[in-house]
Design a protein around this ligand. Sequence first.
Ligand SMILES: CC(C)(COP(=O)(O)OP(=O)(O)OC[C@H]1O[C@@H](n2cnc3c(N)ncnc32)[C@H](O)[C@@H]1OP(=O)(O)O)[C@@H](O)C(=O)NCCC(=O)NCCS
Length: 146
Amino acid sequence: MSGTLLYEVRRVRGRDEMEAALELRHEVFCVEQRVPQHEELDGRDPEGIHLVAIADGELVGTCRVLMVGTTAQFSRLAVRASARRRGIATALLEAADAETHAAGGKRLVLHAQTYAQELYEQAGYRTRGRVFREAGIEHIAMEKHL
Ligand SMILES: CC(C)(COP(=O)(O)OP(=O)(O)OC[C@H]1O[C@@H](n2cnc3c(N)ncnc32)[C@H](O)[C@@H]1OP(=O)(O)O)[C@@H](O)C(=O)NCCC(=O)NCCS
């Protein structure tokens, strides 16, 4: 992919698309980042809202929102390597805000990989607490109030 990338961000539709989202997560987290599969698949996918980014009919990004009371737990943000730095993660974060708002949520929380902290700061998140290791990767807790 090169040049301008047109994409649509929305909720996942149907079983095939959900499988494509899980494949992308596997590729990005388990293959690229070596996260153990049992941590990537934590059993909470059925209760989550799954958002996807579609470009040219291909699934190029995904994330998950879990509502726990008025707090949204945001996770599993993955963008296909060939589609990065074109604003897709930022668009998924915006869609997660809209989903949270629509569900009556008041804030979003997440564990950011520290290398991606700026992505979340630009989307209005602030850090809380100190750096810790999760799945062998440095993380920091962040939150955003709507
Ligand atoms: C992190 C990730 C989701 C970012 O997706 P993306 O679509 O490329 O992000 P965006 O294009 O919306 O980036 C917006 C801004 O965030 C920051 N950012 C994004 N990726 C970054 C990186 N690898 N290093 C430093 N800053 C980064 C930049 O400020 C960027 O703006 P710029 O491109 O104008 O410099 C993607 O790199 C990815 O899937 N990585 C592997 C999985 C992962 O780490 N997920 C996040 C878990 S916390």
